[in-house]
Design a protein around this ligand. Structure first.
Ligand code: HEM
Ligand SMILES: *[C@@H]1O[C@H](CO)[C@@H](O)[C@H](O)[C@H]1NC(C)=O
Length: 373
């Protein structure tokens, strides 16, 4: 009797399990189908998605880069003669704009409809929460607190710091050439050291010494963040960008553990030191610390925003500088013209580089902004 009862009970458990699995599967399939009908429901021309990567399926195993995937989307819709089209990144819809005027609208006039960059953030890793990843009202609220930071007057006070960093780079380059003028100079690494020094100084008020020590802490963090990816970090980056909701649910961070610990501790120590010693500096961290003491930011928010300024500031600028120098190396006539432009302005001001003399170097600025090519 007891055994029969047990068997019935077991049967019931098995049936319940099967029904649960079946129902979950049906719900999952319906959910995916619903996600992949986003563009169809809106009558927007679209490319057929493949589960689970959507239209980014060419990433595996062919290893097509995200830039080239985007190029393929662009060309596909351009060939079809449409100004916009829909694709999917994972389960998320993505709009591809092929018309420059529409692109301008997205970035300017229709900004309020495109107020999310789609950058991953999760509350379980406060370092990921910053204005680059925030959207909508949350972004606006945080962003408005930094407006006083981006004035021309503030830029001018930063300028001396930037110049000091450039003098250190100049010394380093001169020394390298004097030692052995036939040695190649890695310009990307040189630019990365320079912009790391600049960001360290103007954002954190720290002398990074990136040129002096190969393993200088901030430079090392930059390398860890952008160059030296371990397999598991790459996987996390992929998961968070392609499946943000699942990642958020699981509490996955897209920032490596070592980098997170470094910035969390650095910011905490700086905040404690400055508050205890009553020290006030001219850097961006001070703005964040002041906002915190006014109750407008939490310590976690200070960490997230300070980290963003490091990440957004150094790598972008070092790449832009590198590409600019690369193009100039390929086009000697343009290089000569830039040099003449710089020298003529410098001669006018006894060789002194200031915020204003730099702005007077019109051709240099055009080249840096890509107008000269
Ligand atoms: C050549 C250098 C740089 C390039 C190419 C660049 C590129 C960009 C781009 C494309 C965006 C997104 C804009 C948008 O969605 O409309 C952005 C946002 C941002 N960048 Fe840069 N950036 C550069 C330098 C810097 C520097 C030096 C800093 C700080 C020290 C910085 C901090 C930021 C911040 C905080 C945001 C988010 C702004 C917001 O949400 O209001 N960037 N950058
Ligand atoms: C993108 O595609 C072009 C040509 O189709 C190729 O030369 C280039 O190496 C590709 N870039 C990357 C990063 O895969």
């Amino acid at each position: 009797m007891f055994i029969i009862l047990l068997q019935i009970f077991r049967m019931e458990a098995v049936v319940t399990a099967l029904v649960t699995i079946f129902t979950s599967l049906v719900i999952a399939v319906l959910y995916v189908q619903y996600c992949y009908s986003y563009w169809k429901r809106r009558n927007v021309p679209y490319l057929d998605p493949h589960f689970p990567l959507g239209n980014h399926h060419t990433m595996f195993p062919k290893g097509i880069s995200i830039g080239n995937i985007s190029r393929q989307f662009y060309q596909e819709f351009k060939n079809r003669g449409v100004k916009l089209g829909g694709v999917y990144m994972g389960l998320q819809p993505q709009l591809v704009v092929t018309d420059p005027l529409l692109a301008k609208n997205v970035l300017i006039t229709d900004y309020q409809h495109f107020d999310d960059r789609g950058i991953y953030k999760t509350k379980s890793a406060p370092i990921t929460v910053n204005i680059f990843a925030q959207a909508g009202a949350e972004w606006k609220n945080a962003r408005s607190k930094f407006t006083p930071t981006f004035t021309v007057a503030k830029m001018k006070t930063m300028f001396d710091t930037v110049r000091t960093c450039s003098e250190i780079m100049e010394q380093h380059l001169l020394k390298t050439v004097e030692e052995d003028c036939s040695k190649d100079i890695d310009i990307l690494e040189t630019m990365a050291c320079f912009t790391t020094d600049v960001i360290g100084a103007v954002i954190f008020g720290i002398q990074c010494n990136s040129f002096k020590y190969h393993d200088a802490e901030f430079r090392k963090m930059g390398r860890d963040l952008f160059e030296e990816f371990h397999y598991i970090d790459g996987l996390k980056l992929f998961l968070t960008q392609y499946f943000p909701r699942l990642s958020d649910f699981l509490g996955v961070s897209n920032i490596q553990k070592g980098v997170t610990e470094f910035f969390t501790n650095s910011v905490k120590e700086a905040v404690e030191y400055r508050e205890k010693a009553g020290v006030k500096r001219q850097d961006f961290l001070q703005t964040l610390i002041d906002l915190r003491s006014q109750g407008k930011l939490t310590l976690d928010e200070v960490i997230g925003q300070a980290f963003l300024f490091f990440a957004a500031g150094f790598e972008t600028s070092s790449n832009a500088g590198t590409m600019c120098l690369y193009e100039l190396a390929l086009q000697q006539d343009l290089q000569d013209k830039v040099r003449a432009n710089v020298n003529s302005i410098l001669n006018k001001y006894n060789g002194e580089v200031t915020y204003d003399t730099l702005n007077e170097m019109k051709y240099l600025n055009q080249v840096f902004e890509g107008e000269g090519f």
